[in-house]
Design a protein around this ligand. Sequence first.
Ligand code: FAD
Length: 394
Amino acid sequence: MTGLPEADFYGFESLLTATEAAKLAQLRGFLAGEVAPHATGWWNDAEFPAHILPGLAALGLAVPDRRHFSHLFTGLVVAEMTRTDTSLATFFLVHHDLFVQALIDFGSQDQKERLLPDAIALRTTGAFALTEPEHGSDVAGGMATTARRVEDGAGATHWVLNGAKRWIGNGTFCNHMMLWAKDADTGAVRAFILDASLPGVTRTKIENKIALRTVQNAHILLDDVRVEERDRFSGIGSFADTNKLLRSSRISVAWQAVGQQLAAFDVARAYAVERRQFGKPLASFQLIQGQLVKMLGNATSSLAMMVRIAALQDAGGDADATMAQVALAKAHTTAAMRETVAMGRAILGGNGIVTDYRMAKIFADAEAIYTYEGSQEVNTLIAGRAVTGISAIV
Ligand SMILES: Cc1cc2nc3c(=O)[nH]c(=O)nc-3n(C[C@H](O)[C@H](O)[C@H](O)COP(=O)(O)OP(=O)(O)OC[C@H]3O[C@@H](n4cnc5c(N)ncnc54)[C@H](O)[C@@H]3O)c2cc1C
């Protein structure tokens, strides 16, 4: 493999500053040493590697650390983590881009002081609980979990939560989750910091997954859970606030689709160069080269799209990427990813079916990226609404 070009074929990484490039190299060292040798085993055993969290935290990639860096750097961090292990990247995104980001954007001073230091250092972990058993794509209008406000007298207030949440990443082991509910009296959207150990919270691991087996998802039941007023996100009152968080985490998921394709290309190319059939390397057959070039083209067009999204984010203000631009990126990169990983899996033949050769894991994990953070189809419809002025979602 020596002498062959990097999967970042147009060298987008050269747009990073020297400091950013050094930090990315540090992350790569951590991933190569602490994650890559074990990632398939963790996946097979559906075991979350909590022991690597101190090392991950020491890299200084938490939300507050990242404000000194470009959005391109942040995106490449996500892509690079995904390239090594999609589950680890997903853990990182749920914790940082959703839970920690929510605390920073919407938390009170008291909430930040109580929770941020441990969350940033990964001494505690967080989750984001929005989806419900009966409401996924339509959760904005259909949320069934309720929060009932109770006056305790003397001006004190608490809330009583009832309902269920499903698919909550990190949900089996996290300390806290940002939990969304509908106000039982007014119908307004409310969000809370839920301490996962509170009485009335039941968390069950979703078993038998074919994707992201390392990072665990919970089915959560809430039975008269008492949450204090100080644990409510008082600045959140509508689904527009949810969308602020989802816009940036959706960008990160599109970066995951980039990383997933780079991983598929890495593995398929190495295999095709090495594996011989009919007395020649697979890579010498035109059909195999055609597929490798298609995979690289998909990965490169996805990467180029995300580099532009990152530039829009860096510009900020009115020039920042719109939800429709982000939806198009998520729809395009995940559709391209599905084609890319399927070709990669085919190039490995039978060995593409077992996780020992990595590709089967890459292929399966892609399905989660395709569906979460708004499915590929729903993001297509968000972009479709923007370009036609007509909503086909409902
Ligand atoms: C591995 C994994 C991790 C996740 N992590 C989290 C998490 O941490 N927190 C959280 O809150 N949620 C999480 N989710 C939930 C995820 O966001 C939902 O799965 C997703 O929004 C889709 O909802 P659904 O699964 O209920 O599918 P549905 O909404 O039931 O959709 C089923 C199918 O119908 C399609 N569809 C739905 N509506 C339309 C429409 N109007 N037009 C055309 N097609 C449509 C969808 O695209 C999909 O193909 C996770 C999911 C997975 C699989």
